[in-house]
Design a protein around this ligand. Structure first.
Ligand code: BGP
Length: 464
């Protein structure tokens, strides 16, 4: 069967500044939270590989862009590192940082690749981290100033913008589960940081409109559809609703609908917590909805009602327990379930409950360990599992589009192998292999050849 996609569908890929550029002490860049965290706790990073070099995109962007083009990448989202562009709390602009991104944008356009820029991908400059990061409202105003500098510099050249990548990850991993800096478990700080990030996003949207920038501005949200163990069981259903409110609707509703879900406000108040809302804030959120949505989807969340009493400092775990569905298909390398129908469910949720806002899959991909084991004699990684993974998700997307989903693109994470935070280079995601032990040599995987055909012909043939 042939799966064709709409005209002008964006076939592309995503990476981020901190995960690809390296050069973290070069070109005047100041340290980000990742540079700082690695400097004090390098052992938390797989193979003790930190953010200083990553895939060396900073020096070799021309080569990467050429290879991405060969792999069929026609649009590319990356992020502008705040710490490369703004040097201090006073807002001093770094001309070398601006120049790097300008050259990158031009090179992408020359190659026929549409640049899409995100303003924040988990990478706060250290000079704001030490002030408490997004827990401190000062960071909100600083973010908007940073955004306005970038809009002014590149607003004429870039059509697609996004404020934050996966905003919920910042409170989730930094203030509940210890996977990102500052790695504490503090619910009051999580609520404050989460709220300030939403406000910063809405204020950046307002700034974008005020400046009359011609493109569109969105937000990238990791939607993790929640499925409960037994939909007939009220406790399980409630567990799923709570997880959905905390992890999905906390940013989806205010960004797209301009308001927080009432049930989420009640849940937070029920814990004796309060978001630091100042007069006028909710009006800003209400009036500055995004133009489009980017959806990162990797895996579903399966939950059940708690079977044991909750103890320890307050965290979302109070409301549910993870549920392991018997027979679930797994990507064992990353430890994530593979569940393609969630793409269809996400699409229908956006269609039915979020006004069918234009959206695209801004990340989807499969991280695999030790890919060198899959090399043929010529040294090419035979990643048929990745091709199968992409096809499986695209089939569900195709079905959703046929039923009216307003989806305008699919971006793979990632066009080339890049650095996965504390997992460093443990799992590889790219269509292009990057040999970090051999001067970041770049080679095309089998999936790169397949992706090229996909984007050239705007679809693929496969069994149903
Ligand atoms: C998303 C992030 C990316 C990327 C990806 C893969 O959540 O937006 O930055 O890292 O996940 O996950 P990981 O790198 O943890 O394997």
């Amino acid at each position: 069967m042939r799966y064709n996609f709409p005209k002008d569908f964006l076939w592309g890929g995503a990476s981020s500044g901190p995960q690809s550029e390296g050069g973290s002490c070069e070109g005047g860049k100041t340290p980000s939270e990742w540079d700082y965290w690695f400097s004090i706790e390098p052992e938390r990073f797989y193979d003790t590989i930190g953010p200083s070099r990553t895939s060396d995109f900073y020096h070799r962007y021309k080569e990467y862009i050429g290879k991405m083009k060969e792999a069929g990448i026609r649009s590319f989202r990356t992020s502008i590192q705040w710490s490369r562009v703004i040097l201090d709390q006073e807002g001093t602009v770094n001309p070398e940082g601006i120049d790097f991104y300008r050259q990158m944008i031009r090179e992408l356009k020359k190659a026929g690749i549409e640049p899409m820029l995100c303003l924040h991908h988990f990478d706060l400059p250290y000079y704001w981290v030490k002030e408490g990061g997004f827990v401190n409202r000062k960071t909100v105003d600083a973010f908007v100033k940073f955004a306005s500098v970038v809009f002014r510099e590149f607003g004429e050249e870039v059509k697609y913008w996004s404020t934050f990548n996966e905003p919920v990850i910042i409170p989730e991993t930094g203030y509940f589960y210890g996977r990102h800096y500052p790695a504490v478990c503090d619910a009051a700080k999580a609520v404050a940081a989460g709220y300030h990030i939403q406000l910063a996003s809405s204020m950046a949207v307002r700034e974008f409109k005020k400046m009359g920038i011609k493109g569109q501005i969105g937000i990238i949200i990791n939607l993790t559809p929640t499925y409960c163990r037994n939909p007939e069981d009220e406790g399980d259903r409630k567990a799923a609703e709570a997880a959905d409110l905390i992890f999905n609707r906390s940013f989806l509703d205010p960004s797209v609908l301009g308001q927080y879900p009432k049930e989420l406000c009640e849940l937070i108040a029920g814990e004796g917590l309060r978001a630091p809302v100042l007069e006028g804030d909710l009006k800003i959120i209400a009036e500055n909805k995004v133009d489009y949505l980017g959806v990162n989807y990797y895996h579903p969340r399966r939950v059940q009602a708690r079977t044991t009493a909750f103890s320890g400092p307050l965290s979302p775990d109070k409301y549910f327990e993870p549920y392991e569905m018997p027979g679930q298909k797994m990507n064992r390398s990353r430890g994530w379930e593979i569940y393609e129908p969630a793409v269809y469910d996400i699409a229908m949720n956006i269609k039915e409950n979020y006004g069918n806002i234009p959206w695209y899959i801004s990340e989807n991909g499969m991280g695999v360990m030790e890919e060198e084991k899959f090399m043929d004699e010529s040294g090419q990684v035979q990643d048929d599992y990745r091709i199968e993974f992409i096809q499986g998700h695209l089939k569900q997307l195709h079905r959703a589009i046929e039923e009216g989903a307003n989806c305008f693109g699919y971006h793979l994470w990632s066009p080339f192998d890049c650095w996965s935070w504390t997992n460093a280079y443990k799992n590889r995601y790219g269509l292009l292999r990057v040999d970090i032990r051999d001067h970041c040599k770049i080679t095309m995987k089998k999936s790169g050849e397949w992706f090229r055909k996909l984007s050239d012909s705007n679809g693929f043939d496969a069994g149903s």
